[in-house]
Design a protein around this ligand. Structure first.
Ligand code: MRU
Length: 365
């Protein structure tokens, strides 16, 4: 995506150096800063502290982190230890495990001396494939937006939750890729952006992206979506996913389920957009099977923002001493999902629907 006239991916090898560059997402939307990861520990910290976040991007970061680890220690033990350490950074998004498994399977048979270079090349392939997948998701999803536009006057109103855009992937995004593709094709589209408490990925990141790309949008409080849907102001909901089961249950940022419930009640189509690396083919029941990350209570009790004078400030917003819970994701059952958009097309959120897109998985099913 372009920021101030320059194209950026969210992760890329340091030009002329040995590090891996990422955009520090904890600084957005008020500062656009590139950080350089120089070790596996740097990569693990970046994932855990959400300098990088979003399911596909943490997968790519873990793959690059493995390459950094193997520069320090490419022995069998070093490889397994780095995989273990990187996999432990965040539990819910399956892309993290997927990227590490894929890279480790390629690297294990190699001699230690060949591993670091091969790992870097494999991380580059994972990143490139993510860009291609997201671009294809954009093409398939944009058709849904164009169809909705053909049925009405005025812009198509999309509601999205959290940030499933360019910043959550290597480029383009999942849920926002169709928005960008439709907008670039001249289809009038407007996005309602859920602020997405507690970390405000919608207000801070999705709004930043849409602003940068010139897509009309409105930031709303998380609780506003149901009301807008009741009043016919949302044509479709479009969200990303951190893990989707083989049966079409969609795990995504906390609060997604409530939007899906409102969408069903109001007859608004609800789509999840995700690349193949987000599908967990081993799971049939997302509610029982997907580990939900519990994050620091401080994300709920405190807010960070910019004062009118331009300084960053963190303030407490919860009555001191009250216990706090902070589950970071929830699961929307497949029955509430109108369809799943992947790089291969759009399918019903059912085992048959997903197998129709990925027939090579039939043998394993
Ligand atoms: O906790 P985060 O910010 O990593 O959560 C991100 C999301 O929930 C996104 O919607 C999801 O990763 C889809 S990414 C394209």
């Amino acid at each position: 995506m372009n920021i101030a006239g320059r194209h950026y991916r969210t992760i890329f090898p340091e030009p002329g150096g040995h590090g891996i560059c990422v955009i520090d997402q904890t600084r957005l939307p008020f500062a656009f800063e590139i950080r350089t990861l120089r070790s596996a520990e740097d990569a693990a910290v970046a994932i855990r502290t959400m300098i990088v976040r979003g399911a596909p991007l943490i997968g790519a970061t873990a793959a690059y982190g493995l390459a950094l680890a193997l520069r320090e220690d490419a022995s069998d033990r070093g490889l397994e230890e780095a995989v273990r350490r990187l996999a432990a950074t965040r539990p819910t998004a399956i892309n993290l495990r997927w990227a590490l498994d894929r890279a480790a399977a390629l690297l294990r048979p190699l001699s230690p001396g060949a591993r670091a270079e091969a790992a870097l090349a494999e991380a580059g392939r994972i990143a490139d494939e993510d860009v291609a997948s997201c671009r294809a998701i954009g093409v398939h999803g944009a058709r849904l937006i164009a169809e909705a536009g053909a049925r009405k006057a005025g812009p198509v109103n999309v509601l999205t939750h959290c940030n499933a855009g360019w910043l959550a992937t290597v480029d383009w995004g999942t849920a926002l890729a169709p928005v960008y593709a439709a907008h670039d094709a001249g289809v009038p589209v407007h996005v309602f952006v859920d602020e997405t408490r507690p970390r405000n990925q919608g207000a801070a990141l999705t709004a930043f992206e849409l602003n940068a790309h010139g897509v009309p949008h409105t930031v709303i409080a998380d609780n506003a979506g149901g009301h807008l849907m009741q009043h016919g102001q949302v044509d479709l909901c479009l969200v990303g996913s951190d893990r989707t089961t083989a049966t079409g249950d969609v795990c995504n940022k906390i609060g997604t389920y409530l939007k899906a419930l409102a969408a069903r009640d109001c007859g608004v189509p609800f789509y999840a957009a995700l690349p193949f690396s987000t599908i967990d083919w081993t799971l049939a029941d997302g509610i029982a099977g997907i580990p939900i990350e519990e994050r620091d209570a401080r994300e709920v009790t405190h807010l960070t923002g910019r004062t009118d004078e331009g300084a960053l400030a963190t303030i407490a917003v919860v009555s001191p001493g009250s216990p706090v819970a902070n589950p970071a994701f929830d699961v929307t059952p497949a029955r509430l999902v109108t369809g799943i958009i992947t790089e291969r097309g759009v399918a019903p959120a059912t085992p048959e629907g997903l197998l129709g897109l990925y027939p090579e998985r039939r043998a394993a099913a």
